[in-house]
Write a protein that binds this ligand. Structure first.
Ligand SMILES: NC(=O)c1ccc[n+]([C@@H]2O[C@H](COP(=O)([O-])OP(=O)(O)OC[C@H]3O[C@@H](n4cnc5c(N)ncnc54)[C@H](O)[C@@H]3O)[C@@H](O)[C@H]2O)c1
Length: 392
């Protein structure tokens, strides 16, 4: 069994940490957020993932897992370091802000002379190679993470693929550890260079964004021409090469990863000719502008926004397309009120939060909702959604 430090107790770090501990490894979770550390040491999940709590509460499992702040002591005697800290796209520099990853890696190298450093955070293409060179080491590899929030544990139990990028002597061993935590028999494992692995991550998310943008643009067309979007999408998707999945129109792609990963891939193209990658990003903006113009046709003064989350069971609204839509509505002089039970304040970014659903319905002339919900059954006639299939 290995001694593993997982740095960053978010969706990526926590889901991996509990599954690794479940498999018998010794896990040290390191995070700068003391409230998260407290929770983990009380065996409570610091993120909204039921499966993390289920593993914590399973009395049969004798998890060897503890949390602490990063320190020289915590970095000692580890076989592996899994880095899962945030990397947010910075519009000013046109690149991911990778400072948290770099800081962690520098600290690890300072305090430990052995142990493979595996970056799980999403980083630009070429980043790991460059970091190895800059820091005069060959201990850093990159292994992309493909989980979805809300299903993080399950996605690591049943990985679509395991990608290990970088040629270190322990890369194979690390892949075996990931295979070991999965419930899938013989998951597909790919060994590639770190830059290829970084590209796999960015191209995968950009493809998903492209699919969302495509069906959204189809839906805009149907809305403009007064055609049934569902009939068109059904007819298109019945071609098995296209498929009846991931084709449900929405207000735009969003969430923590797709917006920033598409922008990062575009910036990686810099001097390489491209049309499509940039078009995916602008299509997402055009979609939101189109919807705002459509809503404006109703000559409405107060729009109610049912939830800032984009998916039914989501517990956060990082990168939510709904928020972009609100900003665009406000730019057009339309007032908004928001029903979002995850917010316990009376305002959010200067917008009014209405805590009572009935009052919210009464005060809204039109209600917009990214996804259909039973909550709005009684006000169907004034609800605007583009959710056709009732799936996320
Ligand atoms: N959330 C996803 O669905 C998902 C999926 C695949 C890949 N990723 C990528 O994985 C990375 C992490 O994502 P996440 O959703 O788990 O992030 P998160 O924001 O949920 O969690 C990150 C954690 O890192 C901690 N942290 C920040 N700086 C630190 C430091 N210097 N030392 C120690 N801890 C620090 C934060 O306190 C936080 O607890 C990102 O690069 C993201 O793009 C995320």
């Amino acid at each position: 069994m290995a001694n593993i430090a997982v740095i960053g107790a978010g969706y990526v770090g926590m889901s991996l940490a509990v599954l690794l501990a479940k498999s018998g490894h010794y896990i040290h979770i390191l995070d700068i957020d003391t409230s998260k550390i407290k929770k983990i040491n009380l065996k409570e999940s610091p993120i909204d993932e039921i499966e993390v709590n289920n593993i914590f509460q399973d009395k049969k499992l004798n998890l060897k897992l503890e949390a602490a702040k990063p320190s020289s002591k915590a970095y000692k005697n580890k076989d592996f370091f899994i880095v899962a800290t945030p990397t947010d796209f910075n519009d000013g520099s046109n690149f991911f802000d990778t400072s948290s990853v770099e800081k962690v890696v520098i600290d690890i190298l300072k305090h430990s002379s052995k142990g493979l450093i595996v970056i799980k955070s999403t980083v630009p293409v070429g980043f790991t190679n460059d970091l190895n060179e800059r820091l005069g080491t060959n201990r850093i590899i990159f292994s992309p993470e493909f989980l979805r929030e809300g299903q993080a544990v399950n996605d690591n139990l049943h990985p679509s693929r395991i990608v290990v990028g970088g040629n270190c002597k322990d890369s194979k061993l690390f892949s075996k550890i990931l295979v070991g935590i999965s419930d899938t028999k013989d998951p597909e494992v790919l060994f590639v260079s770190s830059s290829e692995a970084e590209a796999i991550k960015l191209f995968s998310n950009t493809f998903l964004a492209m699919r969302v943008a495509f069906f959204n643009e189809l839906d805009s067309f149907a809305l403009a021409k007064n055609l049934h979007a569902k009939k068109i999408i059904d007819g298109v998707s019945l071609d098995p090469r296209i498929g009846r999945y991931y084709n449900n129109p929405s207000f735009g792609y969003g969430g923590y990863c797709l917006p920033k990963d598409t922008k990062q891939l575009l910036s990686n193209y810099s001097d390489i000719p491209q049309e499509l990658i940039g078009a995916i990003i602008s299509a997402n903006e055009t979609r939101k502008d189109f919807l705002v113009n459509h809503i404006k046709l109703n000559k409405i003064k107060v729009v109610g926004v049912y939830r800032l989350i984009m998916k039914e069971k989501s517990k956060n609204f990082r990168g939510s397309a709904v928020i972009d839509l609100i900003k665009k509505l406000c730019d057009q002089g339309i007032s908004v009120i928001i029903f979002e039970p995850l917010i316990d304040k009376s305002e959010y970014l200067g917008w009014k939060i209405c805590k009572n659903l009935n009052d919210f319905k009464l005060q809204s002339q039109l209600i917009i909702s990214n996804r259909r919900t039973k909550d709005l059954e009684d006000v169907k006639e004034k609800t605007f959604t583009r959710d056709i299939f009732g799936v996320n």
